[in-house]
Design a binder for this molecule. Sequence first.
Ligand code: APR
Ligand code: ZN
Length: 358
Amino acid sequence: MKAAIFVGPEQPLAIEDVTPNPPGPRDVVVRVAASGVCHSDLSIVHGYVPLPPPCVLGHEGAGTVESVGADVRKVQPGDRVIASFVPACGQCWYCMHEKTNLCENMFAASMTPRVTLADGRIASCMTGLGTFAEAMTIDETSVVKVDTDLPDEQLALIGCGVTTGVGAALNTARVEPGSSVAVIGCGGVGNAVIQGARIAGAARIFAVDPVEMKRKTAEQLGATDLVDPADGDPIAQVQALTGGRGTDYAFEVIGLPETIVQAYNTARRGGTVVVVGMPRMDAQVTLPGWQLFSDEKRLLGCVYGSAQVQRDFPRFIGLVETGRLDLGTMVSRRIALDEVNDAFRAMEAGEVIRSVIV
Ligand code: APR
Ligand code: ZN
């Protein structure tokens, strides 16, 4: 089968024919129907997170179960599934404490050898998935069965960006009705945060992004105020519109130290700051010590939207089916697997919210 392989930092993904390794008794083989191209995939290509090559990239995908190992109980052939990029083993301390997004098996899943390349080398798959392929062999703890008629491309987005963004608003921050929210970075994940804030009933949603198309999309998806950093310091722009206080919530959805500090300074005293973006692994963030104490802000990390995937994937599907969550607008381009490198280019050029491989 064809797969897009990470072969080393700053090199284009190699589109190769690979042979899936034999599945184990707890493995599920999923025919990939759609896979979103997320900024985290690009961060791997840039070497921001050290991942040993060769590795099949892609962690945002949905498809249909093709076959299951002898011990698999959760799904059967023909089931529609969304892949979860953090497994939910159900047995570790975090899973036992309703924190499956922090499941201790994540590292082991991402290190499992899954395919053999034409030259005999063995490759693992990003986060244990590897959605940039025609099929993937994944542990049953990484699949969530879904019962819906929604298009594959929309289900794929629930696998990462939508769950991360909507979950950041609903689960991590628990945005309150009538509140004010700033979202810094309005790509695929940021626009999902905006939708989550709208669903939670936020009164004002400030969308901060230098790219006009991103701001326009943000407006379509629920932002009430659009902030272009080119018009001046975004913190001052938001403060001017919030009585000088800043917002009740500020989300950073890029992954840069400077915008994390910006989000911190955009939230009002006593407000909530959520770091949704994935910084490079060696990044450091410097915050003002006095304000950290005296402004009493809540600074929250956010992994996978604090989502409990077995609960939240069906929950988000329900929101899409009833028209409250718009995923159609978030799919900018449908592409073939061998166009994935161009999708990275389009992402960096600010041309798309999401490209989806179908
Ligand atoms: N201020 C505001 N917005 C910015 C800035 C800035 N200084 N710099 C870049 N942006 C915007 C880009 O214009 C883009 O719209 O941030 C957005 C990032 O969006 P995408 O590239 O689509 O990335 P996305 O897939 O949404 O991921 C965002 O979340 O899951 C993590 O690893 C992922 O860290 C990444 C983040
Ligand atoms: Zn992602």
